[in-house]
Design a protein around this ligand. Structure first.
Ligand code: GLY
Length: 373
């Protein structure tokens, strides 16, 4: 496989996503030529790498590091305010830039800080997790959470470039890599069956971040996301397809007080969406079984506790993606053929839930890695 793959996102001016090894050294080239000051936003776990990144960027530029709390703790307005303070004290101008260096929460926050500083400065995203590379850092959704819910405040702000250095994944705990990989599986179900075939051939190799199989599948997932957001940046239509498995998935994350990994919740959500598609007469039994087999082969969960339905339904009804009070689900007419199902009957939803519900919450599985936690 060649060293670097470049995937372009259409738009004015559009941007490139670069995937390969040793790409950290290229972050400087992706910054605007006129940027004299750069803020690198990173979590504490990446302090050493952030220092190395700063070393590679200094020269004609002043590089400041903003260490922020990891994961959702970092996606707060107080944390954005901390970054704005650093920028203000360093006299950041409109030609300066921000680098988001971390997982999805960090790149969401860094993007928001860049989107709002002087009404928008350049941001280069350098995701360090599978989830970040295939989803969060691509597509320009930025924002913070509030006490009332996740991602309620934010902006669409396209990055100037996204640099996916696969070397950064080497130290990722396997649980986390597999959970992030749920978004890659989603790309297989909604667009690229080749991803499913690669997983079916060897699930271990597909999720081993050092293999060509892993690289091929994440590149396909990135390509899918790049094509969709290039066409529908502001989620007026097509982009909604990316929510496959997410309506129930978000409700499960909420029910679990955000202690579950996103990908684990989305895995159950995809299983539910497949069952819903089947019950609505759209999807074959075989395609639903394929969902279950693939997700299980990766150690991703496919069932959830039966008694939670009322609470999950309530949360879904509140979900910000519900339009005019109507629930919307992405369902499949076939593998690779997503479509929107609007306002489905509650009894149909409950029937689909019965297919994924089980008496007790599933405990750690004996095969493979369990990525519930
Ligand atoms: N994560 C879904 C989207 O970017 O639209």
């Amino acid at each position: 496989m060649t060293n670097t793959t470049e995937i372009r996102v259409a738009g004015e001016p559009g941007y490139a996503i670069r995937v390969g090894h040793g790409l950290i050294a290229e972050v400087g080239d992706a910054l605007p030529e006129g940027a004299r000051k750069v803020l690198v936003v990173h979590p504490p776990t990446l302090q050493k790498e952030a220092d190395a990144l700063r070393e590679s960027l200094v020269g004609e530029r002043e590089v400041l590091l903003a260490e922020i709390p990891d994961a959702e703790q970092g996606k707060r307005i107080e944390v954005a305010s901390f970054c704005w303070q650093i920028m203000g004290q360093a006299d950041f101008t409109r030609s300066d830039a921000v680098v988001g260096f971390g997982g999805g929460a960090v790149t969401d926050l860094a993007g928001f800080v860049a989107a709002s500083w002087l009404r928008g400065v350049a941001v280069v995203q350098v995701p360090t997790t599978v989830l970040g590379m295939v989803d969060a850092a691509v597509g320009g959704k930025t924002g913070v959470n509030t006490n009332e819910g996740k991602n309620l405040v934010g902006a669409f702000w396209a990055p100037r470039a996204v640099i996916c250095d696969l070397d950064l994944l080497a130290t990722l705990p396997r649980n986390e890599a597999v959970a992030g990989y749920a978004e890659v599986v989603k790309a297989g179900f909604i667009q690229y069956p080749e991803i499913l075939e690669i997983i079916e051939a060897d699930p271990e190799r597909a999720t081993d971040v050092t293999t060509d199989e892993f690289r091929r599948t994440i590149e396909l997932a990135i390509r899918m996301k790049a094509d969709i957001v290039g066409e529908d940046f502001r989620e007026a239509g097509l982009r909604e397809h990316l929510n496959y498995g997410h309506t129930l998935g978000h409700a499960i994350e909420h029910a679990e007080r955000y202690q579950w990994r996103h990908g684990a919740a989305v895995s159950i959500g995809m299983m539910f969406a497949a069952e819903l598609s089947r019950l609505a007469g759209r999807l074959s039994d075989a395609a639903v079984d394929r969902h279950r087999d693939i997700l299980t082969s990766l150690g991703l969960p496919t069932t959830y506790r039966l008694g939670a339905w009322t609470q999950l339904l309530k949360t879904m009804q509140r979900d910000k993606k519900t339009r005019a009070g109507m629930l919307r689900f992405i369902v499949l007419d076939d593998i690779g053929k997503p479509t929107v199902m609007q306002a489905p009957d509650e009894s149909l939803l409950y029937s689909a839930y019965l297919e994924v519900g089980e008496e007790q919450r599933p405990e750690v599985r004996s095969t493979q890695t369990s990525v519930k936690l």
